[in-house]
Ligand binder design. Structure first.
Ligand code: HEC
Length: 272
């Protein structure tokens, strides 16, 4: 008999307090509070997601609670990590509704588009490893690291000592997001006009006695690189006549000798 009375009491308590079985003058009778929200997902493991909740169906102002926490006036919940969140909205009259939102971690590289821009300086003919590529990166999070032809990443964005060829670059930003640029070509720089003038006069005046089969005095002037390598001796013989003029019959006209001097003054390279 004693147990039976406790049982009845329990039933009456439940019936009097629940919003699901409202008393006749319950302000929430027939009221349905709807919670909606706008979410922003966190990036990676960062707790930088957010939910902006909005409530309707009853009379505000509403207050909001997340995952059973205390109610607050603000409808914004920030600094959220990936996970599920239930937000309860409560109207001025105390009527509640809820909705559950799921925040999913986004890849820190989603939407990141790193653009690699190369600046190529071609090789100087006859100078080994004289090519140079410098790359710049935009669109990611600095600082960047750079790799050439799948080599180790380095912080320097310039690559020296290159020969003619095709190169590939990978750039990695501070979040580990990468971009690849293939087909960056290093080619020989063009022959310069001063060299072209000297080469022409050597072909006309010297190569008959200075070629691969007849290299008088051990000098073959039939290739670009041989001309560059012998430039000091060419000047000594053909410009200064020291120790004796070349061609041996007498020095070239002054205008021709000037071409040799001008070329050497400009650097004495194929590109000058
Ligand atoms: C008719 C053939 C002939 C022509 C043309 C000729 N050379 Fe020579 N050259 C020689 C001979 C022979 C020697 C070796 C004897 C000597 O050193 O004088 C020589 C030696 C040289 C040497 C090597 C010696 C040194 O001083 O380093 C150079 C450099 C040279 N010539 C430059 C020239 C240039 C530049 C021209 C054209 C402007 C030229 N020669 C035209 C026959 C020629």
């Amino acid at each position: 008999m004693k147990n039976f009375i406790i049982f009845l009491f329990t039933i009456s308590v439940l019936a009097g307090c629940g919003r699901d079985n409202p008393a006749p003058n319950d302000p929430c009778q027939g009221v349905s509070v709807t919670v909606t929200g706008t979410t922003s997902n966190p990036s990676g493991t960062s707790a930088n997601g957010s939910i902006m909740a909005s409530a309707s169906g009853s009379t505000g102002p509403y207050s909001y609670s997340i995952n059973g926490g205390s109610f607050q006036v603000s409808n914004q919940f920030t600094n959220l990590a990936a996970g599920s969140y239930t937000i309860v909205a409560k109207s001025a009259a105390g009527c509640t509704g809820n909705a559950t939102f799921t925040l999913t971690a986004t890849s820190p590289c989603a939407g990141v588009n790193i653009i690699i821009t190369p600046t190529v300086t071609g090789t100087t003919p006859c100078v080994n490893g004289s090519g140079f590529i410098s790359v710049s990166a935009t669109g990611g999070a600095a600082p960047y690291l750079y790799s050439i032809n799948n080599g180790a990443f380095q912080s320097t964005s310039s690559f020296q000592g290159l020969n003619n060829g095709t190169y590939q670059f990978v750039v990695k930003d501070s979040n580990g997001c990468t971009a690849t640029l293939t087909g960056v070509t290093v080619a020989s720089r063009a022959e310069g006009p001063k060299f072209a003038a000297v080469k022409a006069l050597i072909q006309a005046n010297c190569v008959s006695c200075h070629n691969a089969t007849n290299s008088s005095g051990g000098i073959n002037l039939s290739t670009d690189c041989n001309i560059v390598a012998a430039k000091d001796r060419i000047k000594a013989r053909a410009v200064d006549g020291n120790p004796s003029p070349m061609p041996s019959g007498g020095l070239l006209p002054a205008s021709e000798r000037q071409k040799i001097s001008d070329w050497i003054t400009a650097g004495g390279r194929v590109i000058d």
